[in-house]
Design a binder for this molecule. Sequence first.
Ligand code: BGP
Length: 468
Amino acid sequence: MAFPKDFLWGGAVAVNQVEGAYNEDGKGLDIRDVMPHGIKGEVTAEPTPDNLSLRAIDFYHRYKDDVKLFAEMGFKVFRTSIAWSRIFPNGDDAEPNEAGLNFYDDLFDELHSYGIEPLVTISHYETPLNLARKYDGWVNHALIGFYEKFVRTIFARYKDKVKLWLTFNEINSVLHSPFMSGGISTPKEKLSLQDLYQACHHELVASALATKITHEMIPDAKVGCMILAMPIYPLTPNPDDVIKVMKEDHFNDFFGDVHCRGIYPGYMKRYFRENNISIKFADGEEELLKNHTVDFVLFSYYMSICEAASGGVKGEGNLLGGIENPHLQKSEWGWAIDPQGLRFVLNKFYDRWQKPIFIVENGLGANDELVDDGNGGKTVNDAYRINYLNDHLVQVEEAILDGVPVMSYTTWGCIDCVSASTAEIKKRYGFIYVDLNSDGTGTLNRYRKKSFNWYKDIISSNGANLKK
Ligand code: BGP
């Protein structure tokens, strides 16, 4: 059997997509609270009632029941984030909010009571709104200091409870969604390349700093960088298309290259030179990047895309889109379904960085229908989700056989949650159905889908029951 015996099976969420309770117990506003329609919609001045994230699935009050369901599936690991604005409501506060710190103490205790290891994203698209409005988010060097304070606070508090950390969710997505990913309030069309790449630099420095602090404050913990992985294939064998793919890949790979090698790669220096971008390094930042590379690489994987020098038909995509691949089927949201792309990216990342790898997001967003289960209860017959996950896990197994040290697999949105890109609830990923409707109505009751028992079986057989 390919999966190692201590393989970390589990699921993933980000708290802004599940918690709700957006203004309870001293939490400040974060950027999600003013994005009622996701990345393509407007940013509102204040939270508005049509914003599903404000209540989300009420994980804040129901986490004990949800963790119990995760345990029933046999989760070994649960990936979550910590809402920065629960700990520092404005991001630049002098003192942390004790009620916010208590909440995560309780959540981590609950997970440990079932033997589930927390894997924590320090920043997952939940920059405090004040940092976005007052400082323009990560464009401003001051964010490094606020992030450092947040990191030191949560490390001091949770050092005995959390041993797996990741610094920024999908750090490369700031190039595509500067507000959601980087809290950058300047509209994308007005944001200069200089400011955009300076913001990337600030996040990279903050990430290296968090790595340094992890190793100093929690020597038995490990920390990694997290990349939005989307393999790009040349649309044709024309060398022009291959070179186009190489160049597009650079915009994503550079984040992993800096995190794993500690230096800006030559291709990026060339891009900066040719576009009059001059990254300002503050004193000590070069050494910080060099000396504090990550322990492992984590990534999300949903789909692949194509590129061609002469362009082509653009498809939908997970923040980054590309040219449609004529060989692949698509999800209801137009995302290409490509299990082999997962094997491809696992091999590529390991060949390139030689670090252990965690797959921290993968899954199918679909419309689910709640039906009678024949025993007086309700369920969802989500054979489509089972097939999707099975086929991707078969490719994970292939990559392990290829020699890639894959440590973990956490499906995205293991319980239905509010979508990041579109802020809707009807795009569901979970093993657990949540009774919440697009207009915000619903009991919020939880129901096990068919995939719930399927995943339980895959975990308990350590992958042996996958269908090849
Ligand atoms: C990733 C994000 C997640 C998540 C997922 C699915 O980019 O890290 O937060 O939501 O994509 O995307 P969506 O919710 O838009 O379907």
